[in-house]
Design a protein around this ligand. Sequence first.
Ligand SMILES: [Mg+2]
Length: 439
Amino acid sequence: MIPNSDRSSSSAAGAGTDPLAPQGLYSTERPAAVPADEVPTLLVKIFGKDRPGITAGLFDTLAGYAVEVVDLEQVVTRGRITLCALITTPAGSAGSEGGLRATVHSWAESMRLQAEIISGVGDNRPRGAGRSHVTVLGHPLTAEATAAIAARITGVDGNIDRIHRLAKYPVTAVEFDVSGVATEVLRTELAVEAAQREVDVAVVSAGLQRRAQRLVIMDVDSTLIQDEVIELFAAHAGCEDKVAEVTAAAMRGELDFEESLHARVALLAGLDASVVDKVRSEVRLTPGARTLVRTLKRLGYQVGVVSGGFTQVTDALREALGLDFAAANTLEVADGRFTGRVTGEVVDRAGKARLLRRFAAEAGVPLAQTVAIGDGANDLDMLNTAGLGVAFNAKPLVRRAAHTAVNVPFLDAVLYLLGITREEVEAADAEPPAGEGSR
Ligand SMILES: [Mg+2]
């Protein structure tokens, strides 16, 4: 729908003097003094079983009345079409409104469709200031949750301008276009509801920024992959329980990450470094990880990982997934065995945010156009530094602090937060990779 705030409200007569005035809009044989928002318009709504030719048929019928199309929306849900056309009324010698009504109804009857024609004036109401996209992910999406979210939007004076489905698999994702309320207010309000229901609600500001996001940086352990890599190493060293205890405490924010890293790595001292190959083969990608990375790459995004884990694993992931950036700690090896130390600059909570800045600079992408995804307390600085921080199946502390949270176990659900539909993902997958298929 096109809000009339985007239109010039000058009359058609102004078109001759104002080069920016719309030339055709509402101008057909109109008296010069009628402003666009007072021009009589007709809302023609068609509903019924969808089949080829309905849209062509309707407009063929209207063509005889020399009307202008002001707005046009169509949706097909389970084989039923809803077609709404906002048109100007017939002008001058082209025919009467009564004649148009009779013709449209007669056409609809012949097509076994329902038609409703509502008289009015002007275009759609302008959308209010404060525009957001509210993405709701349900697994399943219940009527109860949908009602609660819609009520919360209304409760803060938000207006739902439009709703459409982004995905039906592996989650049901719908997007509400909301206006009239500040994004931050809406985000805070809906976070309360999301916490109480089996749904994820992401609120992002509408506008060009969303389309411009061009760098995605992910945490690795329990985000890109299902495992905590140090625990995989620990299992081979026989100190799994001790390491798991320290990891859990660190991720809850109870321990300084750097201290806990050194403590856990020390437990690996003496382990044969050839175990790296085994650990690499044990790593399990999070469902949807490949789809997420592949789709983002196809869209021209740069994608990277920043991990408090180890380059021994992130380098392999970078290679396997075709990532643009990867940074992690490196387990020191001497005489074919781990020394129990890491080399180089430690990637900790502050380090992750620093690396996001560095990669954004290298990619030539402003921070506002970056997305960070992570689950742990050591991801918090990175999530808050990014233009959009996504807490992925995160600890409560992280979920509360991030811009938005995804709690379904599918990493590709992040695509829906960026407004990318499942249909687009599947269509892209069906196309041959660039450089092929053109022979
Ligand atoms: Mg993690």
